[in-house]
Every structure is written in C-alpha cells, then in structure tokens.
Design a protein. Structure first.
Length: 321
C-alpha cells in the first residue's frame, strides 16, 4: 500500500480542493509549521486547545503581532484540525480570539493624490492610476488580463478577488492614452516571446485543458507582465508572470518620500482615497460597495467615519465663536 502523504502535503491538497488562493495556502502552511516547531515538533493530532492557546498567546505577548495576524494563525490551525485531521474540535469554545480594533483608513486629499502621481512614472504610475481610478487592490490590478479591460464601456472586470466575488469597476478615462501606449508595448513583447517559441501564461483553473491554445492568445496575456520569464519545470517551458507587487510598492514608497507627505501612504491608500472621494462627491454607498467588492455594506461604511470631520463634516464650536 502506498505511503500516506505527509501532513503538510495533505494540508495543501485540502486547501486546493476548496479552491483557496495560493497566498492563503502559503500562509496556512507557514502557520502550521510554526505551530509544530513551537511545540517541539509534536504532531498536531496529539495536541488540542491548550496547545493552540499557548501558541496564539505567544504570538501576541512575545512577538507582539496584530489581531489580524493572530486570527490568521488561528484560521490556519482550525483548518488543519477540521479538514485535515478531521478533529471535531470539542475544545473550540475555549480558544482565545483576538478582537480587531476599528481603524480609520488613511486617506489622501485629491491634491495629495495628484502630487503623488506626479512623482511616479512608467508602469508603476499606470498601476497607481488604476488603483485610484478604479478602487483596485494592488494584486487585483497586477492580475488583470487584456480581456478584462473594456475601453468601449470604460469598465474593468475583476476576477478571482478577495472573497472570490467577481465584480466590475471603473476604467478611468484619464488613463486611456497611457494605457493604450502601454498595451502596444506589451503586445510587441508578447509577439517577440511567440517568435522565440514562448509567449505562454498560466491560466486559471482547468482552462489550460479546456482551451489548449488560450495560454498564447492575446486576450489572456497579463496587462502588466513581468520583465523576465520564469521556467515552469512541470510544463518544461518558459512563461511570463505578471509584474511583482514589490516593484510597485517600492516605487510608491519612493514617491511618498519625494512628496514629503505627512501620512503613511501605501498602494492601498489609493483604494481608500477612491472610496472616500466618491462618497464626498455624493455617490451612494451601495454603489461604492459594489465597486469595491465588499460583501457587506458595513465594511464600506468605515469610509463614512472620514466624512464626519474635516471641511465637509462637523465644524468645531471654536470655529463658530
């Protein structure tokens, strides 16, 4: 009889069977490894609630991790016990859960956004235009394919998002010229790759089997391809992945430094600014919820906290007298 797969291999198989993202898989496996090593390489099947609580407490007390990080570690361990070890979890009610504090998002003013964009150039600037103009998350933007851009209706189709909820958002008209020029360069790159016998991209799910020629077709190529190819050892060919997030993050950090903004602005700050500026202009919150892809409107309502103060919000009584 064939040997049973190792614990982490079984975990990966269980995650992939449920179509979790690759990032979730990497995070869950990492937390399970840390849990095992924390307890001297004991097998998780021999442990339970007390050991889980000890590990989570160590993360909070000794490593000072955030509530979100602690809850991610807990989610990984609960997945392990529920779906890999088939543990009924009778000790689940005794687990310590971290409560995430309500954080007001950092938002730039329109003038600060304009100044920040002026310090960016090339592909990072174009990515930033879509982050602010369409309210995209960074990875959502970098994973866009040519077919996801609808210039006729100025729409962006966002697939395989956080929460697995596809949505449609705005393709800003102000980015049209730069985007068309960029796509012309991308097509030249793709045609050069094809001429060398490459030009293939990874397709989602089982599309590679259903559409055997799609991986080389123009509509399926990345809008923001990486500058170099990588070797797919399983397929025995070279492919081109999308641009890595660190390229844009590094450019954004340098731009924030160059503008001397008195705020801790990141790529995600542009998404927060997109939502807040729409609400300031009178857009209804349900529409903003759909554009952001929030499952619950209460998540979108965090931006209303920003609107209650400032130039268009509540005035200080000191200003009145």
């Amino acid at each position: 009889m064939a040997d049973q797969p190792k614990l982490l291999d079984r975990t990966r198989n269980a995650i992939r069977a449920r179509h979790y993202s690759r990032r979730t898989e990497e995070a869950y496996v990492m937390w399970i490894k840390r849990y095992i090593f924390f307890h001297g390489k004991r097998h998780p099947a021999s442990m339970g609630g007390d050991q889980v609580n000890a590990f989570l407490s160590s993360l909070a007390v000794e490593h000072n991790v955030s509530a979100a990080t602690q809850n991610q570690a807990l989610a990984a361990l609960l997945f392990l016990y529920r779906h890999v070890l088939s543990d009924p979890l009778p000790w689940l009610e005794d687990i310590v859960r971290a409560h995430r504090p309500l954080r007001i998002p950092i938002v730039l003013t329109p003038e600060e956004v304009r100044l920040l964009l002026s310090k960016l150039e090339g592909v990072p600037r174009l990515v930033a235009l879509l982050l602010y103009g369409g309210g995209l998350r960074l990875l959502e933007c970098l994973q866009l394919r040519i077919k996801d851009l609808n210039f006729a209706r100025h729409e962006i189709f966002v697939h395989d998002t956080k929460g697995k909820r596809d949505r449609v958002t705005i393709l800003p008209r102000a980015a049209d010229a730069d985007l068309h020029e960029h796509l012309a360069n991308v097509k030249d790159l793709h045609e050069r790759d094809l001429g060398k016998g490459f030009g293939r991209v990874v397709l989602p799910g089982a599309l590679a089997r259903k559409l055997p020629n799609a991986e080389t077709e123009w509509p399926w190529q990345w809008v923001f391809p990486a500058t170099s190819r990588w070797v797919d050892e399983e397929a025995r060919t070279e492919r081109r992945h999308h641009l890595h997030e660190s390229v844009v993050q590094r450019a954004m950090k340098e731009a924030v430094t160059a503008t001397a903004l008195p705020k801790r602005a990141t790529c995600h700050t542009l998404r927060h600014s997109f939502a807040t500026h729409l609400l300031e202009r009178g857009q209804d919150i349900r529409t903003v919820q759909e554009l952001l892809g929030h499952r619950d409107v209460t998540t979108t309502m965090i931006y209303t906290h920003v609107l209650r103060i400032g130039a268009k919000g509540v005035r200080s009584p000191l200003d009145v007298i």
